[in-house]
Design a protein around this ligand. Structure first.
Ligand SMILES: [Zn+2]
Length: 324
């Protein structure tokens, strides 16, 4: 990779800190990373063809510097796909720097290898020709995704503000993180600086499994609740990865197949339906701007004292159940 004129991708612009949309979450991105690892690791990128480029940080650098690189590995970091590249023999004399292609799928992004003769899906905006004749295509209807070619040395700086990986963290680390902040537990689980990779679906499912109301204050959870939550998150995410993610919008894996964890959802988007555990009707409350689904019986609301820890003028007491 020549030069370093490319501006770093803005963490918040990638939607990693305060995303407002349902996006592929940890299990979906992990499924994609595994699929891509199987299918394209080791391949060399021969050329780059771009359509709309408003989701790419410095498309010119991408077109100029990506060809010649070999895809060494594919990994997931939070909700990012990280394609590590080995420099090619490329341009004579040009000193190549190791780089990574960083991809955040936003709301509707898809990245998959296809044969050139396969029909091109609408909204396909990037084509990377591979040395085995296939092309890696990036499709994104809404273009809330992000893509950037970054020097490997800059990767830590860009992703370093992301929190713990929920599948790798210990219960003690998790407990310490929860105790650090004054926030409702749902808001905290969604915050990518605390845990990386969790989104609305898996937060709701984990809280239901752990029997914790989404508006409970994280720092006031009892030790046994924290233990339950930590275990619930791991169980839910692991099961979702096994079932290749949840297809609630247009998510499909690298073979174009939907995941099936949506069939196991216990609360997410089940408002008004019966709780699988107790039969009570699932309700929805707004937390951190996101509709949060819960069972009012299995996940009792915190006492009002906790809810009114920081009262604001004009705020409706207790009545936070919203239609969204
Ligand atoms: Zn219930």
């Amino acid at each position: 990779m020549r030069g370093s004129s490319m501006p770093p991708p803005q963490a918040d612009a990638c939607g990693i800190l305060a995303e407002k949309f349902p996006v592929p979450e940890l299990p979906e991105v992990e499924t994609l990373a595994r699929g891509l690892r199987e299918q394209i690791a080791g391949r060399r990128i021969l050329s780059v063809r771009l359509g709309k480029t408003d989701f790419i940080d410095d498309p010119t650098a991408l077109e100029r510097d990506l060809p010649g690189n070999r895809i060494e590995s594919v990994a997931r970091y939070g909700k990012f796909l990280v394609l590590r590249l080995a420099p090619g023999n490329g341009a004579a004399g040009a000193k190549s720097e190791r780089a990574c292609l960083l991809v955040h799928l936003g709301m509707t992004g898809q990245l998959a290898p296809r044969l050139p003769e396969e029909p091109v899906a609408r909204h396909t905006h990037a084509f990377f020709a591979l040395d085995d004749g296939r092309e890696l295509r990036y499709t994104d209807i809404r273009r809330f995704g992000r893509m950037a070619l970054v020097p490997e040395a800059a990767l830590d700086g860009l992703l370093g503000n992301l929190g713990l990986d929920p599948l790798e963290t210990t219960e003690e680390e998790f407990r310490a993180r929860l105790a650090e902040r004054r926030a409702m537990i749902k808001a905290l689980l969604l915050d990518q600086r605390v845990l990386r990779g969790m989104g609305n679906i898996y937060c709701d499912e984990s809280l239901w499994r752990a029997r914790i109301h989404p508006t409970c204050h994280a720092a006031r959870l009892k030790p046994e609740q924290v233990t339950r939550l930590c275990r619930a998150i791991r169980k839910v995410l692991s099961a979702a990865i096994r079932l290749r993610g949840s297809s609630v919008s247009n998510y499909v894996d690298t073979n174009g197949q939907p995941g099936s964890y949506q069939l196991r959802h216990r609360v997410y988007q089940r408002e008004g339906k019966g709780c699988f555990r107790c039969g009570a009707k699932i309700r929805r409350v707004m937390v951190a701007g996101r509709g949060s689904h819960f069972c009012p019986r299995c996940q009792p609301a915190p006492r009002k004292r906790a809810l009114r820890a920081r009262p604001r003028r004009g705020r409706r007491r207790g009545g936070t159940v919203a239609a969204d």
